[in-house]
Write a protein that binds this ligand. Structure first.
Ligand SMILES: [Zn+2]
Length: 551
């Protein structure tokens, strides 16, 4: 296999003590900026039309990645194939025909999207929800915090009214629900899943700008449009007929007409004594929709481990290949190329796969390595969720997932950011590993935003696999300390999910090679280690039989 050797950054990776088996010296590996540049340039070119799932450009991307894995000498990773088919249901509500009204203790019509934004929780053309509104506080059941908002009350057939975010920490219990950081119990996804487990027919989350972290128009922009979902797993509870949000003012007015004070209810909901409150208000909603079905693929290749016993365990590396496709033009450009998000991560993971497959079998890590390129991340982590629910080996054999969503195109760094650093032993192991290379981990700048729950590694966490996303920090070699932060802000303001996230000749890919080598080297150290990563006490996801239900 020919690989141009332009500036190999690191020629030897030595396993860090305490992370890898003592004395294991990993063999020479070279990841080049040229190979990353080639993949990045192709995957983010206009030819691939933004790599939306189930489009020509998306199919070209997955086929290209599968071929690259085959050429590099990896084994097919899913039932003898490099492709794992993923079906996606697309539900488009007829916005003008949505009707939401209430009767009983209060009578009103709720306007969509001024008062509520609702959508069907299932891939059905005529969703209808009818049931009594019950206020369930934060809608949380969390034994590790000795918190249960439901108190065994039967909520079958009800429509739940739920507060956004975690129950607040108090001066007496500053670490309650991880203090200012958001736990999974604060995410809207959890609230809907818990409502399904309770047998509810619908759920409305009460929006508050500060507690949600985004204004009402973001709710409208995010949900008053088509919804993409995996075909329903029949083993899961029945889906909600209606999911939605209601404005704080609409909820306050509605409850007031039924003689209830939302501010007072909110105060009660901040205590462990809270019990669900029946409102006497009946909600009726009908949501006519169109349903379409798409077919896309995850791409997966495998490098077998050298240890006959341990090779049945796997370290997984993930990067999503999809992006937004063709969309509304901005400055005359309608192709959302997704160079940084996430052709950069794919190019890194492909370089890692080539380096791992190039090792002679006797010098490979003891456990096996899976290189997984998932589809439909931008549709709600769908490809990774499907893989985690339908892995080629039992999920218990997956010892860790290391995800890259956004590589480093700006040069060599002294620090890395890690989503999930404090959830599992992976954080401390990675800190020790990078310290041997003169790097450090930067603290999560926005723990209150819950980014841990918003990238593909989270799909693995949900089935109990310790997982992190790893990316560059902001401390760049040869730059002022503020430079990296300015670059971050410029990306968020001007390129994130815009057509301007495209290939630029001035990318400094030495940072990309650095990140790829670190993530691969760290993964190999896990694959050689005497013990496997575990969740820390208090993390929401464990290996036990009670992993959070996945949809
Ligand atoms: Zn991304």
């Amino acid at each position: 296999m020919f690989r141009p050797s332009l500036r190999p950054l690191v020629v030897a990776v030595v396993a860090a003590g305490g992370v890898a088996a003592a004395g294991v010296r990993l063999p020479a590996q070279a990841i080049t900026t040229a190979e990353i540049d080639g993949d990045l340039r192709f995957l983010s070119s206009d030819l691939l039309e933004g790599r939306a799932p189930a489009t020509r450009g998306g199919q070209l991307a997955s086929a290209y990645i599968a071929s690259a894995l085959q050429v590099a000498g990896l084994a097919p990773g899913y039932k003898g194939s490099f492709l794992q088919p993923v079906s996606i249901d697309v539900v488009s509500a007829d916005q003008s025909a949505i009707r939401v009204s209430v009767s009983g203790a209060a009578t009103a019509t709720l306007r969509d999207p001024e008062d509520v934004v609702v959508w069907s929780g299932a891939a059905t053309e005529s969703a209808a929800a009818h049931g009594e509104l019950v206020f369930v506080g934060y809608g949380v059941s969390a034994s590790e915090y000795r918190w249960d908002d439901f108190k065994g009350v039967d909520l079958a057939g009800k429509v739940l009214l739920i507060l956004v975010n975690d129950p607040p920490a108090t001066s007496a219990e500053p670490a309650l629900f991880d203090g200012p950081a958001m736990t999974y119990y604060g995410r809207w996804t959890y609230k809907f899943e818990e409502a399904e487990r309770r047998g509810a027919v619908g759920a409305l989350i009460i929006h508050e700008t500060e507690r949600a972290g985004y204004p009402w128009h973001t709710v409208v922009g995010s949900w008053a449009k088509e919804q993409r979902m995996l075909p329903r797993d029949p083993a899961l509870p029945a889906p909600l007929a209606m999911r939605g949000w209601i404005t704080d003012s609409a909820a306050t007015a509605l409850l007031a007409r039924a003689g209830l004070d939302l501010a007072a209810l909110r105060t009660r909901a901040a205590t462990r004594d809270f019990r669900p409150v029946a409102t006497g208000i009946t909600l009726d909603a009908s949501i006519p929709s169109r349903v379409a079905h798409l077919a896309s693929d995850n791409v997966v290749g495998m490098v077998p481990g050298r240890d006959p016993a341990l090779r049945a365990q796997y370290v997984v590396f993930t990067a999503h290949w999809d992006h937004l496709g063709i969309g509304p033009p901005v400055n005359g450009d309608s192709i959302y190329n997704g160079a940084e998000d996430n052709a950069s991560g794919v190019a890194d993971a492909l370089a890692m796969a080539r380096a791992a497959a190039a090792l002679p079998p006797a010098r490979r890590p003891r456990r096996s390595l899976l290189f997984l390129f998932v589809t439909a991340e931008e549709s709600g982590l769908l490809g990774s969720a499907y893989f985690a629910q339908h892995p080629p080996v039992p999920a218990s054999a997956l010892i860790a997932d290391l995800n890259i969503d956004g590589g480093n195109l700006l040069g060599v760094v002294r620090d890395l950011t890690v989503l999930g650093e404090h959830k599992s032993t992976l954080g401390a192991s990675l800190a020790a590993y990078v310290a041997t290379r003169g790097l450090r981990l930067a603290p999560d700048a926005h723990p209150e935003k819950g980014y841990f729950y918003r990238s593909d590694h989270f799909s693995f966490a949900r089935v109990g696999v310790p997982s992190v996303s790893i990316g560059p920090g902001t401390d760049f070699v040869g730059r002022e300390p503020s430079w990296g932060i300015d670059q971050d802000d410029a990306y968020t303001a001007h390129r994130y999910h815009q057509p301007s996230d495209e290939y630029r000749p001035d990318f400094d890919l030495r940072g990309a090679a650095q990140l790829a080598e670190i993530v691969l080297g760290f993964g190999e150290s896990l694959a050689n280690a005497p013990t496997v990563p575990t969740w820390l006490p208090g993390a929401e996801f464990h290996r036990s039989g009670t992993t959070a239900a996945v949809q």
